[in-house]
Structures are given as C-alpha cells and as structure tokens.
Design a protein around this ligand. Structure first.
Ligand code: ZN
Length: 491
C-alpha cells in the first residue's frame, strides 16, 4: 500500500500506515528545522542542548495603547540585524542580560510596563471599585449562566465549560462595556457638545500631572462661533479612571483589569508591541489564563487580533503581580502568517528580562507559593508550545497532497484561512470551547490544521504526531496526560 499512496485515485485513510506516516512527518520536521537553523546561523553561537526553553517575548515601548489597534503597518523599528523568531520557532534560547543600548532600553521598557498591575494591589482602590460595581446583579447573572452551563454539561455527561468564577468575570465584562466605561475618540466640546477637531498634544497642567496624566491631547470645537478648546488627559492612574470612566483601549484595559482584581480574580495586564493592550484572567476551572478584551467585549478569543483582524504581531507580554510571561504564542498561532519580526532585542535578552521581572515580583514569597507559580509557568509553557506544534502541523498539512486533506473542516474554521474577520467573530460569539475556540473542542484550529488533524485522528496517530512535532521543535514531547491545554492537543 505504500506504493499507491500518492498515485491511487481515491486513497482512503486506511491506505496509510500510521508508523510510516509518523516517520515521514518526523523526517519532514527535521529537515525543516535543520533548514531553519542554517538560515539563522547568526554570529552568536547557540548551543543545542535542550534547556530552559521558556518563551519570552517582550518588546516595544509604546505606553499602554491609546488608539484602536493600528492597521497591520509596515514598520517595526529595526534594532538587531536579523529579525529572529527563533524563540517562537522552538530553538533553544538561553537567558542573557542586555549588553547593548537597544537591549537595555527594551529591558527598561518591560520593567516599566511591569509596574502597571502592581497598582491594583491597593485595598482602598479595590474597595472604591467595589462600590461602583453592581455586585448583586453580576453574581446573580453569573449564577444563572453557570447553572445553565452545568445543566448543558450534565445532559451530555461532560464537564461545564466555565466555572462560576469565570461567569462572574463574563458578567463583569458585559456590564463594564455596556454600562460603565465609555469609548472616546474626540471628546465632545464641553460647552456646546459639538464634535471637536484634534489639535495635537499639549503639556499637562500640574493638576493633570497629579492625577497621573503624562500626556494631554488638545481638541478644538468644530463650531467656529464657539471655538472652545477641550483637553483630553490620558490617565494611566486607575483611581482617576474610576472617576473619568472614559478613554481608549489603554484606559479600558487598565480599568477593567483592576475591576477583575477587585472581584477577586487573578489578573494579568497584557501589553502588545503593536500598541494594543488587553486583560488575561486566570480560570481556576480551566486551569489556564483566559484572554479578555474589555473594549471588544471579547472573552477567550486569543486569535481575534491575528486571524480576526489580520494584524501582524511581534510581542505580547503579560504582566501580573506574580511576574511576567511572554504570551505571544497564545495570540500569534501562525508566525509565518501573522508574526512580525522581533527586533527589539535578541531573544536571549527578552527571556532574561522576563526572568528578571519574575524574580523581582516573587521576591519574599513563601517556598510553597514559589513552587506553585513555577508549576503554573511550566504548565503554561506546555500550553503555548502546543500552539506552536499545532501551527507546525498545519504547515505540514499544507504540504500534504490536497486530496488527503479534509475539506469540510476548513470551511468550518474561516478564521483559519484568509481572514474573515467579522464573520469570524460573529460566528464565534463567546463561549465556544477550548483555547483554540474550535467548536469541536479539539486542537483543530487555523491553517489547514483542521483537515490535517481530522486526517491524522482518523489514522489514530495523533499522539505520535504530537511527539514528532515536539521532537521537531527541539523539545521534549509534552506528556500526554498534561492537563494544561485540555482541549488543545489531544482529543
Ligand atoms: Zn463648542
């Protein structure tokens, strides 16, 4: 049967021998990896031993974004000679402190950004926030939703997708976007309520500075007979945001993250180098960090920015009171399609910076807490690696002869192919399954992965393929019983 493989008119899954296929796949991956290593042979020598491969990723400076995500723009500031996604490509990276000015600048940037979520740890602030949050309403909505999910799960003998705590955050998200915070482009004239025209930036007044505005935008009333000027201080101070209740993405993410904290969630403030920010909340129920975008009212849609909006992204770094993590791989599943060159600093420096911030944030923690956090880091690393493995499998899938690849799955995942942004989002709504948002709750996601996965699963070689991919990535295969990406890799 090996003969007929590529020739016979209508091969069926049964025509394929799992072992052979796995072997071929491994070969393919080795070749691919080898080529990549060659391409990347940089002056700096990299050792091959499998070691502390942790993704790290931070990068750019713009303060918590102010504007809606920019269009996939051309330019990323060039710093190091060659764009390197090596860390994301699965090559071993060893942390190394910044040596050159650009790297140092990047580290300092990350260090500065990492302070943002520490501001939430203020009992007075959280109390104040709790005073404006309609807790009774949110709790009862959460209770109701959670019961519906339990009933649904019980009817099919499964586990509810989200837990009660998750439902509280979902209710908070709906209320925050629907009733509390206001999105502002040009603030209306406060004298006559007419639209205003941007006039550029203006220095903050002492009062504005005292309230945490480092930048102030100036607008002029569009009605010439009025001609009043309107100031729009960009507050990064969460106390102030409780009062002003308006802003753009930066203010939204900052205030919403703090609210999540106020209702007791573990929270991350996620900075993206393309000038966008959002939130991640830890789901105890799913044992993973969940993407939440207050501005978009989006829950667990990490592929929104790339596959939904067709943005190109280089770094996404999540900051919390417990440290920092390069979460780029959660948001950019296909680097060939949606990755932007990571040129802020060598990956070694990025990794070092992340470790350094973690170390600092975890100073003084008890040994048990440290261990717990470390385990959590490891579990997340596995989750993120699985995403990369999936993406590689997708690429491989695209190399397979067309007739071997299941078509119907592709159509079910429009996000996969060319970006069907709005339909993609609309079709998804919230509350689908799994980190990959695949309705089947399986690994199937973008690219031709869906088809490949179906094909592979029909052969019963999914596990081998996972291992093969891990080998190709230069990592130890993730233990199959790994709890992390429940839905992700293994059916
Ligand atoms: Zn006016």
């Amino acid at each position: 049967m090996a003969d007929g493989r590529h020739r016979s008119a209508q091969p069926t899954a049964k025509d394929y021998d799992a072992t052979t296929l796995t072997h071929e796949f491994e070969q393919l991956m080795r070749t691919k990896r080898f080529n990549r290593l060659q391409e990347q042979s940089q002056p700096r020598s990299r050792t091959q031993s499998p070691a502390p491969f942790t993704m790290s990723s931070p990068s750019i400076p713009p303060p918590p974004s102010r504007a809606p995500p920019p269009p996939p723009s051309a330019g990323a500031p060039a710093a190091s000679p060659k764009p390197s996604n090596s860390a994301l490509r699965g090559l071993p990276v060893f942390p190394s402190p910044p040596q050159d000015p650009a790297s140092l600048k990047f580290f300092n940037l990350l260090k500065g950004l990492s302070v943002t979520p520490t501001k939430y740890e203020n009992p007075g602030l959280l109390d104040e926030a709790l005073c404006v949050i309609p807790l009774d309403r949110l709790y009862s909505e959460a209770e109701e939703e959670s019961q519906i999910m339990q009933a649904q799960a019980a009817s099919v003998g499964g586990k509810p997708e989200w837990g009660y705590q998750d439902c509280v955050i979902r209710a908070l998200l709906r209320w925050f976007k629907g009733s509390f915070f206001q999105f502002v482009n040009n603030p209306p004239c406060s004298k006559c309520h007419m639209p205003t025209i941007a006039q550029g930036m203006t220095p903050p007044t002492p009062d504005e500075t005292a309230r945490g505005a480092s930048r102030v935008e100036l607008y002029r009333c569009s009605d010439n007979s009025c001609g009043a000027h309107e100031r729009f201080p960009r507050y990064s101070d969460v106390w102030q945001l409780l009062q002003s209740r308006r802003g753009r993405v930066g203010e939204w993410a900052n205030c919403f993250s703090m609210f999540c904290r106020a209702v007791g969630a573990r929270v991350r403030w996620v900075w993206n180098s393309e000038d966008y920010v959002w939130t991640e909340v830890y789901s105890e129920h799913q044992r993973r960090w969940v993407h939440v975008d207050a501005c978009e009212g989006a829950w667990d849609q990490p592929r929104l920015y790339t596959e939904g909006w067709q943005r190109k992204i280089s770094y996404c770094v999540a900051f919390s009171i417990d440290g920092a993590t390069d979460v780029t791989r959660r948001y950019v599943r296909s680097f060939s399609r949606h990755g932007s060159p990571r040129t802020r600093a060598p990956e070694e420096v990025v990794l070092w910076s992340i470790h350094e911030i973690r170390r600092k944030r975890r100073e003084g923690l008890k040994a048990t807490d440290l261990r717990r956090l470390q385990k959590e880091d490891e579990r997340e690393e596995k989750e993120l690696r699985c995403y990369m493995a999936s993406a590689l499998a997708a690429e491989i899938n695209n190399m397979l002869p067309r007739h071997l690849v299941g078509r119907p799955e592709d159509q079910k995942h429009p996000g996969a192919r060319q970006g069907a942004s709005t339909e993609w989002l609309a079709a998804r709504g919230h509350g689908n399954t799994g980190p990959d948002r695949s309705p089947e709750g399986r690994l199937l996601s973008y690219g031709g992965l869906a088809g490949a996965s179906t094909f592979i699963q029909s052969l019963g070689v999914a596990d081998s393929l996972t291992k093969a991919t891990a080998v190709a990535l230069g990592d130890q295969p993730a233990p199959l019983e790994s709890p992390a990406p429940h839905h992700a890799m293994h059916t």
